[in-house]
Design a protein around this ligand. Sequence first.
Ligand code: ZN
Length: 273
Amino acid sequence: MKFSKSLSILLLGALAVACSTNPFTGKQTLALVPNSQILPMAFQQYQEFLSEHKVVNNTADARMVKSVGQKIAAAAERYLTANGYAGYLADYRWEYNLVDSKEVNAWCMPGGKIVVYTGILPITKDEAGLAAVMGHEVAHALANHGQQRMSAAQLQQVGAVAGNIALANNPENQQIFNTAYGLGTNVGVMLPFSRSHETEADHIGLILMAIAGYEPAVAAELWQRMQAQENGNTPPEFLSTHPSSSTRIQNIQAWAPEARAEARKFGVTNFKR
Ligand SMILES: [Zn+2]
């Protein structure tokens, strides 16, 4: 009893200093593992993933992935700078790669390392649909959702190892990173984010795609197409981590005017469909 009380006090101390602010919501989030540790791990895992998979280069689709990715990244930079977070992306090393795979999937690792699988392109259908997916995935990275999952894993582990809270230099961080991102045995297969993280990524993603010049209402159409895939024999990998639902689609429809209004602040008046 006495021991667990002192552990709690230690933990509270760690929590007090280990938070970061989500620049989109203003909310404080748990950041027990700093980005200075997460990003190098992400960059290394990304390189390994690319070396083990067939990266598509110099096709129209590969060029579209890079071009949409660059526009989403630029939108993030503009939004953050305008909202007092200039420098937030200083450690980002954006990369946008199309990988040849039947899997219906896409993800963005911390630090802006994006993979789109060729298997998702029939569902994203066009540039605006792809912008909806990439905006959503980038939003998870910008909001540090993976970092929060790592922090939750850290807390569990701290409990397990009884008081060893040298968090920032924890040699187990690599393992926790792999678990949080579903890496290791299944490289690139993310664990599902929580429903609140999904909702947050939908909201932020819409703003990003609108500032990038894409019609945000297209995102609702994209999720409707996803939903139509759900009943097939092999539901897309993407849907196992991003379940489509009528609530999600309704939210996106309701937020679309707000996303367009946000984009107009940046001089965007045309929204490509
Ligand atoms: Zn998501």
